[in-house]
Design a protein around this ligand. Sequence first.
Ligand code: BJ8
Length: 424
Amino acid sequence: MSTPHDAMWEKLNLDLDAHAGLLQVLGKFYGDIYMSQTGRLKGMEYLDFVLSEVHGLRIKELQDAKAQGKKVIGTFCVFVPEEIVLAADGVQVGLCAGAEAGKDAAEKVLPRNTCALIKSFVGFKLSRLCPFIESCDLVVGETTCDGKKKAYEIFADYAPVYVMEIPQMKNACDRELWRAEVLRFKDKVEEVTGKSIMAPRLREAIRLVNDRRKVLQRLNRLRAASPVPISGRDALLINQISFYDDPVRFTEKIGHLCDELEEQVNSGKGIVPKETPRLMLSGCPMAVPNWKLPYVIESSGAVIIGEESCIGTRNIRDLVDESGESLDDLLNAIVDRYMRIDCACFTPNMERMDNIVSMARDLKADGVIHYGLSFCQPYAIEAFKVEKALKAADIPMLSIETDYSMEDVEQLKTRVEAFVEMVR
Ligand code: BJ8
């Protein structure tokens, strides 16, 4: 069936048949997981619309921006400072992919035992399925885990790739390395966009990204209420869309949604009964359309009340200091804020343990489900320390490793149901 966006997708060199198949599967999946929920907030209609047009109207907006001379910069990691891209009048989009489509193509150039997230973005590119990747003037990788680091070498044969070096420790010399990388990135962004980054624009960009973080912080605070006012699936979707949508519009829409949520909380209304077990997710990021585990959890009699992940709290916990006068002050504030990210790629990474325990307590979680993508060593190994920290705080944890396939859904359901019964 043809759509109004076919000509645009053809121009972007997508494989139209395979892409139509992907959209069809995605639509069905979304219907089953999202539209089957009852009592959703009115504000979620905006998110439903954005998702339905994620490859359509949003891509058209990117093409329009490009026609006006703006550059589109794609990223895979929350370490890439969006403030710098926005200050150079660019548009930043998240490229992490959460679907299996393209897996066969990816496995021709990557080992099979590579994490699903990496296979997904490589597969999307090789199979010409992602209009975001095809819209990018620059794709920014980073040296976080070994899998990603080496995959970018392969990805670079197909797209304009630039890689940022991320320190693995947090000593003074690591901060220096990171500062040098932020400055090198600024130079690269200036080269690609043809714009010089000045203090006033950078301050404005810092405020804009902070405002988006603040509205998501507000959403998280509202989720601490009992009964829980919004499903974990909907909250995850909001976080996922924050990586694609126009930041100003997104912040405004989520602000309205939070107003609605606040009314629900004040009137004691919830999406589920008060006694429903409250679970927190922790671990690897869940990129669109990776909704499998949240669906399994919320159809097993529990509700998700927070995500300790990069598509969740890790991306919004810390703000950049806006008070700097000079360009140097502002860049240093960016360096310091991003150095606080507690990704499992760091060693040691004790602040993550502290953050998980305090988040679980603040949200009054009855238990934590640690989610690791199969073959992700940083998170799989760190799961043992997370369990120990939670045990000391008397919070039960279930560790799950899975990928994007649907083969293990029944098995996951059995394990999650048993855990829900245990914490109930
Ligand atoms: S800051 S979590 S977004 S690196 S799941 S590809 S770690 S093998 S995604 Fe991440 Fe940045 Fe860290 Fe966040 Fe590797 Fe693990 Fe795969 Fe991963």
